[in-house]
Design a protein around this ligand. Sequence first.
Ligand code: ARG
Ligand code: ZN
Length: 864
Amino acid sequence: EPIYLKDYKAPAYLIDHTDLRFELYEEETLVRATLKVRRNPARSGKSPLELHGHESLELCRLSIDGEVLSERDFSRDDELLHIADVPDEFVLECLTRIHPQLNTALEGLYKSDGMFCTQCEAEGFRRITFYPDRPDVMSVFRTTVEADRKLYPVLLSNGNPVESGSADDGRHFVTWDDPFPKPAYLFALVAGDLAVLEDSYITASGRKVKLQIYGENKDLDKLDHAMLSLKNAMRWDEEVYGREYDLDIYMIVAVDFFNMGAMENKGLNIFNTSCVLASPRTTTDAAFQRVEGVVAHEYFHNWSGNRVTCRDWFQLSLKEGFTVFRDSEFSADMNSRTVKRIEDVSMLRTAQFAEDAGPMAHPVRPESFIEISNFYTLTIYEKGAEVVRMLHTLLGAETFRKGSDLYFERHDGQAVTTDDFVQAMADASGRDFTQFKRWYSQAGTPRVEVSDSWDAAKGVYSLTLRQSCPATPGQTEKLPFHMPVAYGLVAQNGVELEAGVLELTDSEQTFTFDDLPEKPVPSLLRGFSAPVKLSYPYSDEQLLLLLKHDGDGFNRWDAGQRIAVNLMQQLIEDHLAGKALSLPDAMVDSWRAVLNDESLDPAMVAHLLRLPSEAYLAELAEVIQVDAIHAVREFLRKALAVALQPEWLEAYKRCTSDEPYSPDAESCARRALKNLALGYLLATDEDALLALAEEQFVDADNMTDQQAALSLVVHSGFREAGQRLLDDFHTRWHHEALVMNQWFAVQASDPWSGALERVKTLQEHPLFDAKNPNKLRSLVAAFCAQNPVSFHAQDGSGYRYLGDWIIKLNKKNPQIAARLLTPLTRWKRYPQAAQQLMTAELERILAQPELSKDVYEVVSKSLA
Ligand code: ARG
Ligand code: ZN
């Protein structure tokens, strides 16, 4: 059943032109496709024509050069339509009937609330019409959309609008022409009654581009931030990569029913409302930043993805890894670089490292898959971005730019591979990246163990690095990676003696540094220069020195994390051994110093003083003891809250401001520290401090402060107050879908013994809708993935709850079902009793009839 990279074959037929006519009705949609087909000169011999077509397609008529084919001329199975005998060049016409209003998988053409929209990546186009639905078949598209004028006044597709007019029965049509050849996965169509925010952009070469963001009328006031982000992204891509936009119009449409974040369809991006709508009253700072990042991400795809696309889906990281790298650099330039890096690395080290250590571990360029939707992963996206970042570090910004220029110029209009990308970097720099390419082919998180020695007489310091990589499914032996290890050598007084980038290529390598006045403290893997687990036997004194003086902001934070992790790991052992827990004075002192240091960026302070998450501690653990991790983190939080109470209150007050809300980096930083302080203050369980939180909830002019107060109180020991705020929040916001997602999520992630019962009750709430992925994420995924204590309840009730959902969603929305499964796939990391309950649940799912490919792949690989 799996398909393999090694079996790749160039397409037998190419499509020079695709003409599509859609007639949208309430009961059905008719799709007329006219394809100009030509035998691929690169393939010798005669081959049958194979078109992808989902089993739900109803084929009404098929003709070649005007001659209607009869049943004998073709055959069809549940994936393909075969026509054995075709000319070398011909016109294929195909009439298909589909039912978008019954489409709950949200792939292909479907309805979101009242509007029609599409999601074709990766293999959704085959649910619209019969077509070679593979990214190496690139065609020019002309699309006509016809629908009722009243219900669907706005009719959109890719490219430029070239014609429009009336049709019978109160209907109308618009024809769109996209001059850039593209694979079918970039096709898009939207029809609805939509409001629009318009603006324009003048490109570096002076062309005027019309910018439009479409959404529901009631959301028209929530589109400004996305528009600003779009214009900033367009400018940034011109300045940093020399890339200009190419069509006369760029459109974004917000839809509420969407499996993922957003989609880069040529000239017509379709976005989950959660990644485009933003207003101070309804949107948190984190969500503002997410909107900025996703808008930029989809825009950057116009070059890294659309103009140059993927040859096959094994190459997915070619566009995703590179584009995530591009959007993270953009966000770093727009906001705080260090803070962005801390956020990205935290995510990578908890979630991607866990993926690398689990049954679905795969290389950045996978060798095989059963269902490609399962490979839109943290490994493809985030680790893929880290691999591109390493190239950037190895080459430096200027040479990297030469490489990207060469890549875009050499491959414009082509469908290529990750090898082609690395080759462009190699050719532009004259470097050999043969070994580097192992990052694309070998899965797993490498370990780097560092030891050092000091020759006081000669002033010579040396670092020895040893690398290894654990086995992953299908890969037992790993060869050494080529990785940049950015470093600094820090003297006892905090002065930096030396800094640079080491290139580790062997399994063991020693680097020496001469003429040093004293034995330095090594600051290693600065900026997280490679996606590895690095260990060095740091003493607490050394870490404190780095926390105070490291010239690299990321490593200052990481030193603090290492101190906290060491302590928490010790406390977890103590807790499991039944010993009393205690908070060392040294920790209190160093935290006090950070908290009182007003020269620091408040965002940095907030990150420095946030304890490592339960998820990160879980990822680091040999065997994950969920309750012990939770108990220890709560103990420390309370102890630090009490020990530093006056300082928290002082920080809280210092960061409170009367100025109206603004989502700029400085104001976000202030709010981050303020709300961190509020969390510690509440942890003291003092009534007076509850009043402070309730006051903030009521007075807040922005969602960041209001939501922080809500979730802190709900997750605190003040149960009654928590319910009061939930009710109040519901009254205020029941009409705002995205805000209510927060309301669901806060309750689902509450580490309280009644959480599962409450979640089950909330499923009956009129605003919950199991067809809407955002709702499933805020209730089901929030409970299973962000509430470890409740999900891993010892009676197995959490596992069964998830299993029931998977079975329910398996056919209805396979992509979401497979994604929700993730927490169960990690069963090997838990104690024996939990393992048994988790695998039993996986077995129960596997035994269901008619498993979708999506769910089957994840469950069967998890049990393998
Ligand atoms: N290409 C989109 C993005 O990263 C994501 C599309 C995901 N589609 C899917 N079927 N998983 O911006
Ligand atoms: Zn993407």
